[in-house]
Design a protein around this ligand. Structure first.
Ligand code: NDP
Length: 273
């Protein structure tokens, strides 16, 4: 299945009732502009994000690809079905396009995988995956019978945090398990000091007539095998993020960015927020 390289994150969306109208409008605009993959979680505002998305996608649900996540403590036999049904109700839909284990907890990965497969059989989800799993965890998961059906791993990835390029990303790509990149804007630069003010990032942005954050976004999807999920809650930010679809970084741009923010020389533990 072909998906657009840029979708929409929604962490903290729905938390502030006074921003609700603007946030719904931003998500709807994002869908119109092609960012149809929408990422949420039962954790986000304890359901507030999912409820807001439900309102935003009403009438256009079939144009979207809805992703939600289950808390680790709900990802076992007996609880996951209820969690999934609550997410479906809040989102106003009868199936999730993708359901993720939010991060690894104490429930065995094999049990979660089996339960996910049961949800697929029941038609409540179309496919499932995981989030925040490093290479060793991915090997363990995909070594189990049901775990081999894992469709995706969603992890932190931005220009200032490139650890996955050492082993997790190539390992996944060899097995046809795509990466979804969260915090691709490094939370507007907050996750890596000096990222947005860096001379190379600014030069590349200037050369293309775009903002530094758009460079970050285009960079995160440059390979064609990573799907990025920037979160934006204003029309202006949504437009800028969608415009990154058109931004093609040149070999020279990529080389300069590589030199400014090299990937680590050897394995580092997965960056997680
Ligand atoms: P992002 O890297 O997407 O950054 C979001 C911040 O950038 C917001 O403050 C937003 O402001 C701002 N912003 C967005 N677009 C622009 C723009 N064009 N110009 C200037 N500022 C901009 O951070 P997130 O941590 O939210 O990550 C994205 C998504 O990934 C989450 O929302 C969530 O869906 C997912 N995620 C998943 C995790 C997991 O464990 N699986 C963990 C963390 C995130 P504003 O809102 O004002 O537009």
């Amino acid at each position: 299945m072909e998906l657009p390289a840029i979708g929409q994150g929604t962490w903290r969306i729905g938390d502030d009732p006074s921003r609700r109208k603007q946030e719904i409008a931003a998500i709807r605009l994002g869908i119109e502009l092609g960012m149809t993959v929408i990422d949420t979680a039962e954790m986000y505002g304890e359901g507030l994000s999912e409820s807001l998305i439900g309102e935003a996608v009403a009438g256009v649900r079939d144009k979207t690809f809805l992703v939600s996540k289950v808390y680790p403590h709900n990802a076992g036999r007996g609880r996951i079905t209820r969690s999934c049904e609550h997410s479906l109700r809040r989102l106003g839909t009868d199936r999730l396009d993708l359901y993720l284990l939010h991060w690894r907890g104490s429930i065995p990965l094999s049990e979660t995988a089996e339960e996910m497969e049961r949800l697929v059989e029941a038609g409540k989800i179309l496919r499932w995956g995981v989030s925040n799993l490093d290479t060793a965890d991915m090997k363990e998961l995909t070594g189990t019978a049901a775990g081999s059906r894992c469709a995706v791993n969603q992890v932190l990835y931005h220009l200032g945090s490139r650890g996955i390029e050492v082993d997790l990303l190539p390992w996944q790509l060899e097995r046809g398990i795509p990466v979804m990149a969260y915090s691709p804007l490094a939370q507007a630069g907050a996750l890596r000091k000096g990222l947005l003010t860096d001379g190379t990032v600014r030069e590349v942005a200037q050369k293309h007539g775009v903002q530094p954050l758009q460079v970050l976004l285009a960079w995160s999807v440059r390979s064609g095998s990573v799907l990025a999920l920037p979160k934006a809650s204003t029309a202006e930010h949504v437009k800028q993020n969608a415009a990154a679809f058109e931004l093609e970084l040149t070999e020279a741009d990529l080389k300069a960015l590589d030199a400014a923010f090299p990937r680590p020389a050897r394995k580092v533990p997965l960056d997680i927020i």
